[in-house]
Design a protein around this ligand. Structure first.
Ligand code: NIG
Ligand code: FE
Length: 401
């Protein structure tokens, strides 16, 4: 049963970067891509369904590779405080910040967390996101991290999206372990992570390596445990200060290191050598009114893959549109529209270890794609928000939005 999708232009992202075919067609078979090429080269076949895409530009389904989209409450009150000049670190030090979302998340039931997360994630889906990574990290004990991870699995059962669950138990120190951060890391390594992994709830492990969270030594202890459980690694690194977390992540062959405003030249070199993806988060950069830029020239010069993501979270990036983040990534971090499109497709797939199945439109890959009603692919980056007209095809089937 092959379906033909014709009368379109396709940004394929094949060969790991932006590339395109004008006057193209695509053939899907079940959930996968069977053929992509110029319409004139289309092999004669018996197609069970033919869809006219009316001259649309087709891209891979967008991939949001770093979100904290499951959480209780929100932090609009803190937002107001920050507007009055109180810093993110000061709010965290006075018991707000991540700790306040932990309180609200612990109080919420699985059903409540699922309902509020679905509202947010549907916004991303309508914006063209067909693959999303979601982190735990607002539970900070076994019961509540498990609750968050179970909600993430339920999101995968509810929405037509590929969902990856990352355990971020090492996001902040829970109140039960005040002044005992080493003991909390030991608890994660000896109890929480092995159990949560055993229950099939974890696809990757992340931590917040920062002066107001966990040290590189503590993160390394966690990485060793993740390695022993065969779990891929990611890291929040160099967001507020330079601790060398991204070099550490590279040493452990992490899929990605994320944020990176304060990374050094040596960190860049280490990530380039390891093939660790740099995930830049323009929403958090903007929302915290950061002024220090990630070392963009150096990242390009050393050939580090750059991904962009929403970082959707209640404290530093309440971002409900990946396209808006693409515009901000392009404007703030001087990425070309082509680099920006690669950043939310093939490079984001690498950041999740999904590059052999997702992120580009090539024979054998999953048939997740968006047909955008636009004149040129740069428009996906150019328009600021809004509901850009599109058709969304997930696993070979058009979904209604
Ligand atoms: O990616 N940096 C740490 N974690 C989140 C913020 C979480 C929060 O403030 O709730 C981030 O920016
Ligand atoms: Fe984050």
């Amino acid at each position: 049963m092959k379906k033909l999708w014709k009368n379109c232009h396709i940004a394929t992202m094949q060969d790991g970067q932006y590339s395109s075919i004008e006057h193209a067609a695509m053939v899907t078979s079940g959930q996968h891509i069977h053929w992509v090429g110029a319409l004139k080269d289309l092999p004669a076949d018996d197609y069970s369904e033919i869809t006219d895409l009316n001259g649309a530009w087709v891209t891979p389904g967008l991939i949001d590779c770093h979100t904290h989209s499951v959480f209780g409450g929100n932090r609009s009150v803190e937002f107001e405080k920050r507007l009055q000049g109180v810093s993110y670190a000061e709010i965290a030090a006075s018991g707000g910040g991540i700790a306040s979302t932990v309180r609200a998340t612990r109080e919420a039931s699985e059903e409540q967390l699922l309902a509020s997360a679905l509202k947010r994630i549907r916004c991303l889906l309508k914006d063209g996101v067909t693959t999303i990574e979601i982190k735990s990290g607002y539970g900070l004990d076994y019961t509540n991290e498990r609750k968050m991870l179970r909600v993430i699995r339920k999101i995968a059962d509810t929405l037509p999206m590929t969902v990856r669950a990352t355990c971020l138990a090492a996001h902040a120190l829970p109140p039960e372990y005040q002044d005992q951060s080493d003991a909390y890391i030991e608890h994660i390594c000896n109890e929480m992570l092995p159990k949560l992994n055993q229950e099939g709830l974890v696809d990757a492990v992340d931590a917040f390596c920062e002066y107001l969270a966990f040290s590189p030594t503590q993160v390394e202890r966690l990485f060793k445990t993740a390695q022993s459980l065969n779990l891929p690694i990611k890291l929040h690194a160099e967001q507020l200060s330079s601790l060398g977390g991204s070099s550490l992540a590279a040493r452990y062959h992490a899929l990605s290191a994320d944020h990176l405003e304060f990374m050094s030249e040596d960190d860049v070199k280490a990530m380039a050598a390891a093939g660790t993806v740099a995930v830049l988060l323009p929403g958090a950069f903007y929302f915290l009114r950061e002024t220090k830029y990630p070392p963009l020239d150096s990242l390009h010069q050393h050939g580090v893959r750059i991904a962009l993501s929403s970082d959707l979270n209640p404290g530093t990036s309440p971002a409900l549109s990946l396209r808006l983040m693409m515009n901000m990534g392009s404007t703030l971090f001087r990425l070309t529209p082509e680099q920006t499109l690669a950043a939310v497709t093939i490079h984001a797939a690498h950041a999740l270890g999904l590059q052999s199945t997702h992120g580009s439109l090539e024979q054998g890959k999953v048939a997740d794609f968006i047909a955008w009603d636009i004149e040129h692919p740069s428009e996906i980056v150019y328009w600021l928000g809004g509901d850009l007209p599109k058709r969304i095809i997930q696993h070979g089937t058009e979904i209604s939005i």
